[in-house]
Design a protein around this ligand. Structure first.
Ligand code: URA
Length: 205
């Protein structure tokens, strides 16, 4: 995606305003508002989700719904204080379809992810995290600029172009969908392990 360098906001406040005015892809039309990333200005750890959900779209804040509650619990279990992190999404507007009174989440497509990458790149430039956690495949595509499965990178540590370390894990929503109790507990433990690995990386250099 081509953009002029002078269009790049230099602060998180300016960035949030620019995201709110964004019409680069059609998703802004049906969303309540853009949901900017938020957290510590120079957070060493950035967590990147997919896109705001129904609750986030209304509240204007990332990860405040059910997936956010699970993420908060996992962060606490990994010894990470969410206040010290920067939490954001690959796509800033809620993509959904209306079914009666319900708004059903729809996955952003490659074009929507790639258009919104501009904003995530600027967030990374401003915050400069040492470690970035991709929560699921959409975040991974945005961060790497190509489609890569989470399973192929899970338990590895990648180094990105700006030298930040990249840890890939599942999206917390995927854990909410697991029915079997043992399976759920095992998958949750793996998720916490990934977050713990990310936290340890912060201290590594
Ligand atoms: N899922 C996401 O990926 N991000 C949110 O902010 C909420 C749910």
């Amino acid at each position: 995606m081509e953009h002029a360098a002078e269009d790049r906001p230099g602060t998180l406040t300016a960035l949030a305003a620019a995201e709110e005015a964004c019409t680069r892809c059609p998703l802004y039309r049906d969303a309540t508002q853009a949901v900017p990333g938020e957290g510590a200005r120079h957070a060493p750890l950035m967590l990147v989700g997919e896109q705001p959900g129904d609750k986030e779209d209304i509240a204007g804040h990332p990860f405040v719904g059910p997936a956010g509650s699970l993420l908060d619990r996992a962060l606490a279990d990994a010894g990470i204080d969410r206040e010290t992190t920067f939490v954001t999404n690959a796509v800033k507007h809620f993509k959904h379809e209306n079914r009666g009174k319900r708004r059903l989440h729809k996955r952003p497509n490659a074009s929507e992810i790639d258009h919104c990458r501009w904003w995530l790149d600027i967030e990374r430039d401003i915050v400069r995290p040492r470690v970035v956690v991709a929560l699921g495949a959409t975040a991974l595509r945005s961060l790497l600029g190509r489609t890569v499965s989470v399973s192929s990178l899970r338990r590895t540590v990648q180094t990105m172009d700006d030298q930040a370390r990249l840890v890939a894990t599942v999206h917390p929503s995927s854990l909410l969908r697991v029915r079997d109790r043992d399976d759920k507990a095992a998958k949750y433990a793996d998720f916490v392990e990934d977050l713990t690995r990310a936290a340890k990386l912060i201290c590594e250099r």
